[in-house]
Design a protein around this ligand. Structure first.
Ligand code: ADP
Ligand code: MG
Length: 358
């Protein structure tokens, strides 16, 4: 009950406000890994290792051999809205990096204990920085790692008991590990020249060496048997400007062999961002199933589509975890994809392909 005339609107204490927005950016082990790997890729790393202990709730370590963080930048790296990737609002229209908000490291510090060991090409030796809840460097000491950055996260959600409790269920922990595995596979395919590994409790869950191109990266992820049932697709449109390339199930390919019950083998990328695009997935499903005798099946075919549009066409900032994007010309871009699917799946009768599996 508020007495007449008394002001009931008060600002949240700064620490509370910080915690609330941080838990939107850092929602799970998955989002920690995604943000850290995106930072590694933005730093031009060609090798990224992810190590988890107890599904990441004990410890998450992401190491890369990228550019590193300079001594001068170190004190600002986890300060909110400090970023090396964007300096003018108009840069949002020509974004080529995964990061742009300067929020991940700061948010992570608010919900976990974080240390960063880093070395640039110009440094003689690496430094380990310990960060506090505000993202301030509280301690720094020389270390002995090579060029690149290693970020260690412990005690995730220690101060967010509801979430810690939520993720204590073994089933949810396993789901998280699977999502981590899926996102690393996605990055592994879209960045063929980057080496990745995922280690959980000291055993290798997944790894991928450098590959020459998307095809060989996909082959490593899916295996030769499945890959033989896919065909390469290319399509380009000038108005709207869209460039699509990827691999889709061959027309008529056996749905049992190229589908999964879940959507998790849909690798769809807009400007190399792994995204969830129900519209695109639905179109592929419809055309592919139309070409098989099981037409209309609800099973999800395996797809890899890398779609490039001018950066100003996409807004990746719709959700804190950036897995959805908004397209300024959504409908015309979908029409271009549909055009491509028509050519790929129209001649299903003359596709007497020999599916040599290996
Ligand atoms: P953003 O990626 O949006 O810039 P982050 O909070 O994720 O924000 O990172 C803040 C800054 O820290 C980055 O802009 C970058 O300069 C630096 N940084 C973070 N991780 C790395 C890394 N692995 N290698 C090099 N620099 C990094
Ligand atoms: Mg980032």
């Amino acid at each position: 009950a508020v007495t007449d005339g008394a002001r009931s609107l008060q600002p949240l204490p700064a620490a509370t406000a910080r915690l609330l927005s941080s838990t939107q950016v850092i929602t799970s082990v998955f989002s920690v890994v995604k943000e850290l790997v995106e930072n590694s890729l933005d730093a031009q790393a060609t090798s990224v290792d992810v190590k988890l202990e107890s599904f990441g709730f004990e410890k998450i370590v992401v190491s890369d051999n990228g550019s590193g963080i300079s001594r001068a930048d170190a004190e600002y790296m986890a300060q909110r809205h400090y970023t090396s990737k964007l300096s003018h609002q108009t840069d949002l229209d020509s974004l080529e990096t995964y990061g742009f908000r300067g929020e991940a490291l700061g948010s992570l510090c608010a919900v976990a204990d974080v240390t960063v060991t880093t070395k640039t090409a110009a440094d003689d030796f690496s430094m380990t920085y310990t960060l506090d809840r505000q993202g301030k460097v509280t301690n720094s000491k020389p270390a002995h790692l090579g060029q690149g950055t290693t970020i260690t996260v412990t005690n995730l959600f220690k101060n967010v008991p509801v979430r810690r409790q939520y993720y204590s269920a073994p089933k949810r922990r396993k789901e998280e590990l699977k999502r981590v595995d899926d996102i690393l596979m996605a990055f592994g395919i879209i960045k063929p020249d980057v080496r990745f590994s995922l280690i959980h409790n000291k055993s290798t869950v997944w790894q991928k060496n450098k590959s020459a191109d998307h095809r060989s990266a996909l082959l490593k992820v899916l295996g030769t048997g499945t890959m033989a049932l896919l065909q390469g697709v290319e399509h380009r449109s000038l108005e709207p400007q869209v460039d699509v390339h990827g691999f889709l199930p061959k027309p008529g390919a056996d749905p049992q062999a190229v589908t999964r019950a879940a959507t998790d083998r849909s690798f769809v990328f807009f400007n190399e961002r792994p995204v969830q695009m129900k519209g695109v997935e639905k179109l592929v499903r419809q055309y592919y199933h139309g070409s098989t005798s099981e037409g209309g099946s609800s099973r999800h075919p395996i797809i890899f589509l890398s779609i490039r549009v001018p950066p100003a066409e996409i807004d990746p900032n719709v959700e804190p975890n950036k897995t959805k994007v908004l397209l300024h010309h959504n409908d015309s871009i979908l029409s271009v994809i549909e055009e491509m699917l028509q050519t790929v799946y129209s001649s299903s009768d003359d596709s007497s392909h020999d599916n040599t599996t290996g």
